[in-house]
Design a protein around this ligand. Sequence first.
Ligand SMILES: *Cc1c(COP(=O)(O)O)cnc(C)c1O
Length: 426
Amino acid sequence: MNWTQMLDFDRGHIWHPYTSLASPLPVYPVESASGVRVRLQDGTELVDGMASWWCVIHGYNHPVLNEAVQKQLHKMAHVMFGGFTHEPAVELAQMLRDLTPQGLEKVFFCDSGSVSVEVALKMALQYWHAAGKPEKTKFISLERGYHGDTFGAMSVCDPVTGMHTLFSGFLPRNFFAPSPGCGFAEPCLPEHLEKAADLIKQHHREVAAFILEPVVQGAGGMKFYSPEYLNAVKQLCRQYDLLLIADEIATGFGRTGRLFACEHAGITPDIMCVGKALTGGYMSLAAAMCTDRIAEVISSRSPGAFMHGPTFMGNPLACATAVASIQLLLDCDWQKKIMFIEQELRKGLESCIDLPGVREVRVLGAIGVLEMEDMVDTALAQKMFVELGVWIRPFLNLIYVMPPYVADREDVAKLTQAMRYAAENI
Ligand SMILES: *Cc1c(COP(=O)(O)O)cnc(C)c1O
C-alpha cells in the first residue's frame, strides 16, 4: 500500500478521537519522531507543541526510555498481576508514594487515565459502603472539568462539553459547581466559593466525594484557578465528611511548575489519579492512589477486597518505562526547565492580548493558552500550523501548547510565533 491508499483506508475504516467517519477531519501520516520534532511521511518536520496530549515530557524517541523498554522486554513484556508481582511495579509504587503529597500510601495500577478515575470513584463508593454510609453515592465536580471518556468519568465531566444529554438515559446524575472564578494568582473570595459550598452543605449526606482537577482544568477549557480555592474545597470536604479526589492525570509530573498541582495548595487529597506523563508518553499506564484510611476502611468490611483488577494491571513494560521516566525527570533540573518554558511562553504570548479576537492569554508552568472570542476551525488551523512547521491542535476557542520539557528557546519561540500568526489570520 502506498500512502494515498493508506490514508484512504484510514478515512474509510478507522475512528480517530472525537471524529465522524462520514466527514473525518484530515490526519497527517507520521513517519517518526525524535526530541521535540515529529517527522511526517513527506519529510516535513514539525515542532511539537502538544507533547501528544500532555504525555511526552522528555521528547520522543528518548535513548534512556528506549533502553528501559528494551531491558524490560528481554525479561518479560507482561505477566498477570493476580498472584504475581515484580520489581518494576514495586519500584514504581515506591517512587509514587515518595513523590506524591504526603499520606498517599496505597497504589492501584490501571491501564489508562479514565480507568483510574473509575477506580477512584469506586474506591470512594466502597469506602462509604464499608463505613456504614451506603447512601453516599453521588459526586460533586466542577463545570468545565474533564475526567475521561468512560461512563463513570463522563458523569463527572462538564455536563455540556461532556455531552451528558446524549447519554442521559444511562449516565449517573451528579452535582456541578461552577468553574472557579478566581484566576491562578488571585485570592479566592467567599463569592468564588459560594455555590460549591452551598452544594456541599445541601447534599453532603448523599455525596461520596468531590472530584476536581487541581489548579488547571485541562480538556474542559484550559482554565487555571487559585490554589486557595483548592484549599477551601479541601477544608469543606473535611468539615462535611466528603472525600476529595484530585485528578492529576494532566497536571502531574511537573507540568504546572510543581511536581503535582496539589502542591500549589499544600494539600493531600484522599484519592489521587495519575496517568498521561507517567510513562513519558511511551505507553498507557495510570494509577489511583489513596491514603491508609481509605484502604483500611475498604478492607474492613465485606467483601473486604477492592473490587477491580484489569487484565493489564501493573504491566511490567509500562511500569519499567515509568520508573525510567520519573528518574529522568528527577535527574534533570525539571523545575528550572519548566520555569524557563514558562518565561519563554510569557514572552511570546503576552502581547497577543492586543490582537482582535483574543479574549485572554494564560500561561502557567509549561502551558500556554490563547483563549479566542470565537470557535477555532480545527482542520483549518491545523493545516496552517503544519505549513508553519509546528504541531498545535486547537479545540473549542482555545489555541494552546504544552510542549515537551526538552523544548529549547527556538522551539518555544517557533510555537508562540505560530500561535500569534494563527490568532491574527484565522
Ligand atoms: C486525559 C485525562 C483523563 C483521561 O485519561 P485517558 O488516559 O485519556 O483515559 C482524565 N482526566 C484528566 C484530567 C485528563 O487530562
